[in-house]
Design a protein around this ligand. Sequence first.
Ligand code: FAD
Length: 413
Amino acid sequence: CFCQLSGRIDECTCNIDTVDHFNNVKVYPRLRSLLLKDYFRFFKANLKRECPFWHDDSKCAMRYCHVQACGDGDVPVGIKGTAKLKKEEKEEDTCGGSDKELDYLNKTISAKMKKDLVMWTKYDDANDNFCVVDENDEDAEYVDLLLNPERFTGYKGSSANRIWNSIYLENCFRPKSYYSLYIPSSKLNSMCLEERVYYRAISGLHTSINIHLCANYLLSHSNGLSLTDPKGEWGPSLVEFERRFSPETTNGEGPNWLRNLYFIYLLELRALAKAAPYLEQETFYTGNEAEDFDTQMAVKDLLNIAKQFPNHFDETTMFTGSAQAARLKHEFKEHFLNVTRIMDCVGCDKCKLWGKLQTKGLGTALKILFSQKFNQKKLFQLQREEIVALFNAFGRLSTSIYKLDNFREMLEH
Ligand code: FAD
């Protein structure tokens, strides 16, 4: 048990089997085919940005860390074109103001006032963001996610430790005077709801990343392959899974980390259901009319399923009331923004790509759940990269829950 249908959102009442069945039978097969569509398979990311926090000289030498960026002709013109169109609109905004929210003012105010208003609208948008949204990043490249699957890369040791340490010890809420990396469930109760939600979401993301590397492990011991061998054979490693999650090897915490996977799954599911009216209006434009229509239908179908699940994550109970709540929300956002920046310090390009995608997806979900604009039904906008990240990040969590079932079966046998 890991969540509640009413009351405090992270208390126990709902049943893991319910989520397993819902995910494995309804959500996972739909997402699997949706994420093959062109709109969702090309993700734009800058993998060359310098680590802003420390000097990182740990470039991963493992061939499985390599990411193959798309060539010029690989990405559908419609995808590149929309980005271009948005850029042009944006430039127009700064001089003339085509933003619908500002239209009514156009005739009555001076150019200087309009410029100020555009600036404040942008300021509000940036304030709503839980991660850096940088559309005009010159070094960002498109990557075909299907050609660069998330799996075991061999990334570990001091570089990987430094990332997780920095996330948990410096950019997470913690009980006072508690310095161990993970927070045992007994200590979690001394933290307030918002702090627990933050920790459990990060821990759930960590769990998902580690389940993927266990489910797509390089089976080197069985067939003599090594990390430098060009031909890898990938498959589930029960030994690796047990090492990472069994109570015996994790001071009893492994099962809690697995529960946190379900927690973040329900958080992102709630964000999708909440944003359904907005996402159902999207065109998912790639330039291929037939495929775009299929994508719209497949998204609507998935969102209908997402809406069917009972309202398990009630975000309205968070950040309510006092001035302290506003401060907490600010801290929550600042911590998470830093986590997204830390992704630039990951020393393995493949891990960095998927780390960036998943933190951006979680950041987009948080934006949907907590942004003022969304809650006040004002003009709300998501960039293409945010939508791609949101669905793919949820796809990762859904796949992890599905793979977890495989591991359970393997354990039973
Ligand atoms: P780690 O996973 O590094 O964990 C460090 C410590 O954190 C553990 O000892 C434990 O105390 C605690 N901990 C572990 N799990 C949790 C949890 N769920 N919640 C709370 N605390 C926990 N490797 C790949 O092979 N492929 C990838 O695609 C990949 N992507 C990565 C992406 C990012 C952003 C990062 C930072 C790392 C990635 N890695 C990837 C590396 C991988 O996550 C591990 O760091 C690595 O395999 C070393 O594992 P470890 O046993 O030292 O424990």
